[in-house]
Write a protein that binds this ligand. Structure first.
Ligand code: SF4
Ligand code: SF4
Length: 338
């Protein structure tokens, strides 16, 4: 990424952070899904299919306009594999035209020099690729060996910030793979982060001694600011719950391919309201609603957004934040979520 563009991006971040600290009444980050389809089939993933069509560009633009009208600071395009959407460049361009920061989460398979140059031109500002292992296996083909050539292309041609995320825990066979991934990221001058994940059955279990050692080493290689923002991971690594205020449905929004607002990828169905009908009353309700899944949550980006408001506005258990008269709506939402 060019130095001048990097400085500009840093300044925009600073201005968005100050705005978020001064006012609680706008979304900071939205994840938008332009298609559910993916070219891979990772064993742990519940966020893809192999058949769905891309959401039409005009529909996506309307969703982006609504996010801009709500005052959203950052829109990150996710999936499925968003690089499979034929109009991804137009989507990114529209995010920028509406004054929001444009991010992308991808499995990295589709990056070629030509494709990267088009993303530069569209105005992409952030890219995150998660790499799960060094050699592909039955669970994941998001592997350093397969993706290294793509990373070299990115290092040479990308005029946007690239972050490489590795993972640890969850029964991943070789914890030291996370270290190999992080070292390669640093070599190529990318930033690097590490995600601590649960066991396959979703339970919190402390990392093994070896995993903890790798976790600490990878954290040292990574972005210091990021490590400071992710102190919840130390609790998760110890198998302990972490108390925080998840502001999903308000400061963080997850918009699925059907245009519904959900708390996040792991809590789809809540509140499950169409984005076009989403009001500041919905925003306020979700901002003030305590999420039962918060103590064991490992979603880094929602934690980071939560830090902006962790010190203010205590939340209430679901149900207490709605007037009595809306009990019917609550039941309807729960049933719809089922
Ligand atoms: S690449 Fe991403 S979206 Fe696709 S199956 Fe793997 S984790 Fe899921
Ligand atoms: S706590 Fe985590 S899992 Fe629960 S709604 Fe928030 S982001 Fe989603």
């Amino acid at each position: 990424m060019r130095k001048s563009k990097f400085v500009k991006l840093k300044l925009r971040h600073a201005s968005f952070i100050s705005r978020a600290l001064l006012s609680t009444r706008h979304p900071v980050l939205a994840h938008l899904i332009p298609m559910r389809r993916c070219n891979l089939a990772c064993g742990y993933c519940n966020e893809y299919d192999h058949t769905s069509s891309p959401v039409p560009l005009d529909v996506i633009k309307r969703r982006l306009d609504k996010l801009a009208d709500l005052g959203t600071s950052i829109v990150t395009i996710s999936g499925g594999e968003p690089m499979m959407h034929p109009e991804l460049d137009d989507i990114i361009h529209h995010i920028r035209q509406r004054g929001m920061i444009a991010g992308l989460i991808s499995n990295g398979y589709y990056f070629t020099p030509e494709r990267i140059k088009r993303l530069n031109k569209a105005g992409l500002e952030h890219l995150q690729i998660s790499i799960d292992n060094v050699e592909p296996d039955a669970v994941s083909r998001k592997s350093l060996r397969v993706l290294d050539k793509k990373l070299r292309y990115l290092s040479e041609y990308a005029d946007f910030h690239v972050n490489i995320n590795s993972v640890i825990g969850g029964g991943i066979k070789n914890p030291e793979d996370a270290l190999s991934v992080a070292r390669r990221a640093v070599e190529l001058k990318f930033s690097t982060t590490v995600g601590v994940i649960h066991d396959n059955d979703g339970t919190l279990k402390p990392l093994s001694t070896k995993e903890k050692d790798v976790f600490q080493q990878v954290k040292k290689l990574g972005n210091k600011d990021h490590a400071r923002l992710n102190w919840f991971q130390d609790s998760i690594a110890e198998g302990k719950p972490y108390q925080w205020r998840c502001r999903a449905g308000a400061r963080y929004l997850y918009i699925c391919e059907d245009g519904l607002v959900h708390w996040c990828s792991q809590q789809r169905g809540y509140p499950g309201i169409p984005l076009e009908d989403y009001t500041m009353a919905d925003f306020d309700r979700e901002y003030n609603t305590e999420k039962w899944c918060a103590p064991t949550c490992t979603l880094q980006c929602v934690h980071q957004v939560g830090i902006l408001d962790n010190w203010r506005d205590p939340q209430q258990a679901p149900g207490l934040t709605k007037p009595e008269s809306s009990l019917k709506d609550t039941i309807h939402e729960v049933l719809r979520a089922e």
